[in-house]
Design a protein around this ligand. Sequence first.
Ligand code: SF4
Length: 315
Amino acid sequence: MTFQASYHQIYAGGELRKRRDAALALLAECRVCPRGCKVNRLENEKGFCKTGRLAMVSSYNAHFGEERPLVGVGGSGTIFFTNCNLGCVFCQNYEISHHGDGVEVTAGQLAAMMVSLEKQGCHNINLVTPTHVVPQILEALPLAIDKGLTVPLVYNSSGYDRVETLELLDGIIDIYMPDFKFWDPDHARRYASAFDYPERARAALKEMQRQVGELVVNEQGLAERGLLVRHLVLPGGLEETREILKFIGEEISPATYVNVMDQYHPCGKAHSFIPLDRPLRQDEYQQALKMAYDAGLTRLDQRDFVELLHRLGFV
Ligand code: SF4
């Protein structure tokens, strides 16, 4: 049977428009994300995420650098939203997330971007940094479906998501791809002004897993539905890496698809935050892979994961 993105069912029954309206209502005293700024974004007031009534987009294109199950031959259709509700000091897209690089788009324009990416051959619509613009995404989606959108949506967030907002996406998002960045609340406060990040991310991952379960891929190796978790290993951050991977293995599922990422390099204001002022060392990354193995995780994005650990003498 041909795969059909979940949102078609929700749309056909009229539920999608109700979810859109419920999400837009959150903007009146903004509670879209855990920061709960309570500004009136319907009147274009702006809170921590510096985003008013309209979403802002920095770029949209077919992207081939994402996880393999998202890319296939046609690429992942990324839409990079401007600004961020987390705002890490080391963000590699600092101009977009902190300095507002992008333009405001209407719901119709956002819908047209989604449809255009599918027409280019992209296998999914990859919503990058979507948390603060969930209402605007839900406003655009019915318009995109009317224009022929069929591919699944990927919710590619920092993990700093509010469960009540995620509940509005139940049956709409097929693929969740959150980061899990910090385990220590003091580090989350120091690096992202978000002391509650660890507890919010734990709750968000559980909700995402409840909605979509483990990652399902088709015969072509393309993701159709499920959860992928990203964890960027930070310099000097292995203790947090251990706890995060343990949590995923024990409280989400050992079969969770996890990308343990090694590409950290100092960006943004990272040079003022020791030890984030240096790149990740190779031995730190190798230890992180061993931690994933010890946590019982069996589905890492890294190719030949177990063979690699054998070569390094870890197992
Ligand atoms: S979405 Fe933006 S304005 Fe709303 S609560 Fe979050 S940071 Fe504040």
